[in-house]
Design a protein around this ligand. Sequence first.
Ligand code: SF4
Length: 756
Amino acid sequence: MAFDFEMIKAVYQRLPERIAAAKKVLGRPLTLTEKILYSHLTEGVASKAYERGKSYVDFNPDRVGMQDATAQMALLQFMQAGRPKVAVPSTVHCDHLIQAKDGAKQDLSTALDKNKEVYDFLASVSDKYGIGFWKPGAGIIHQVILEQYAFPGGLMIGTDSHTVNAGGLGMIAIGVGGADACDVMAGLPWELKFPKMIGVKLTGRLSGWTSSKDIILKVAGILTVKGGTDAILEYFGDGADSLSCTGKGTICNMGAEIGATTSVFCYDKKMADYLKGTGRTDVAAAADEVAQHLRGDNEVYADPEKYFDQVIEINLSELEPHINGPFTPDLAWPISKFAAAVKENGWPRYFEVGLIGSCTNSSYEDITRSASIAKMAIENNLKAKSEFTITPGSEQVRYTTERDGLLQDFEKIGGVVLANACGPCIGQWARHRKDGEPKNSIITSYNRNFAKRNDGDPNTHAFVASPEIVTAMVLAGDLCFNPLTDTLKNEKGQDVKLKEPQGVELPLKGFAVKDSGYQEPAKDGSKVQVKVSPASERLQLLDPFPAWEGMDLKGLRLLIKAKGKCTTDHISMAGPWLKFRGHLDNISNNMLIGAVNAFNDKTDSVKNQLTGEYDAVPKVQRAYKEARVGSIVVGDENYGEGSSREHAAMEPRHLGVRAILVKSFARIHETNLKKQGMLALTFANKADYDKIKEDDTFDILGLTEFKPGVPLKIVLHHVDGDHEIITVNQTYNENQIEWFKAGGALNIIRSQVSLS
Ligand code: SF4
């Protein structure tokens, strides 16, 4: 049950009634976001208005998407829930575990060999429980979902933070942890803090070198990595309607980089064209019938300030191409100012690798625009001056672009086509480094560029731009090259000025594919055996976490006071660790090894309070666990930003950390901690962060009276015998408090399924 047209028809059938009810309750016109959310309420027809940024609301998502790294833990958890089949259409996509090294064919064959037990597990568990399975090499989850499953007006969750990509096809699509996916596949409601809404009005038209990517690079610069927190970005205006569907996908995709819950575009002709172009004429026809419900009301867009919490306006006709970075995706540079920034900041000017593709920018349009630059290079005797890699987003795109001679153009200028997978975007990259300075630059058309993200090297300065800008840049190998104004010297010593890129939104001859890499699940999976070896180092069946002991937590030790940015990559690093995603104990050896200890400015070096010695973070925590001593992690702002991986919550839980106390949380991570039965707390007074000393012990008080909206107290016992009491906030609702008490949400799901 992967593609389900009946489900889509059912969604469209109930839309008018549910939207009418929501309008009645709210007493005003609705944004698109409200139409979709209110039509997916678990309670059915809306009975009250929900407070944005405050109310926790239960929804029934229409589908679930999982990538192979996060699917392992989600499905291990789902297996514990005791259901014969998933409750909603769900798919698994094998894209994260393929390491880029020599090129598509060789890398895929190596991955099939290396990850056999994981792929066998995922294929068998999908087969058994009615889940569509996309084999390794079939494509990157978000591109495949856009091509196959996303539909306007739908609500979807996915175990990856770039699930939001499906907003390009008018869907509210939200990245969650495996525990949430497990809930929805088990038929339980899914809870979300009702989001705030940011309206983004696009006027004018893109032209020349500017592309959809530049819109989101600009938005990231305006809103910063925290500006979208707890909000849905809704794009509208004639500029929005003029963008291709996949271009809209690019914009929504990178909404994850500003911390947005998700982003969404209104249904329009471009979406209908894309649905038809990807073989879903029936979905386009069904959407056409309810088209007015798949856009916000006209009154909203005529007077957006009245309906959105914030409104941003961008005139596409005036927008310049942007290059963002290094080390953060919100450091936005219009290309005309970038060369000066490179020189002023002393960033390594001559970059070693240019990489295009990823789920963000691997559409047919992206590839045609970039290939038009490659073609110009061939015609003008230019070659790539840096390494150059190309990642098609799906086998359908790869096959079609090869058929149309586009991939060959990249190869002719020195490009290497990688497997249809994440590869370098998630650190799965056996990078060929040149000898020389460790400080180096790369430029990608990906979405994330935090330190170490692509190659694990903190010296790598990663910049993000559109694929056509990256393609032009590799012909120079120089970050100070501006293709809009500068010329290149070719092999004959002639000056060459590149023309503007040209692209085609959808292939003129239509998409084609020989083997898409899809495996339909068994109709009756009851006889299918799930393959997990007890001796496996990569997969481990889960044991339930213990329930709360029913009393305040006292005598907790400080594991680490993390300083500055602490993303889920810092908490549970990717790269080589990805292979342990399905084995909680083994992967826990990476816990917090990327976080900077505020007391010595080092990573992976914390004081073991039992011995006074400094050691690696996981080792110290294992020592506390063995000694049956609970611990606490203290963090800074936006703790847990980045990807949705629930390992970042499960690892501390597994190793015995009891609470995470921070200045502020990223949304997905805070929820993940709650799911696992952890305490996710924030300083009521952020300055109290400075009161935490290295040898402190902590008592968390008020748990026996744990109630929504009521702060807790923490007693800090300093080593000199003094103590201080601070107030900490919590955002738990009634259900989440039950999760905490039961030791995790899964413990509750199991008991509910066994009772039903
Ligand atoms: S952002 Fe990168 S790692 Fe994540 S799904 Fe997309 S391509 Fe894969």
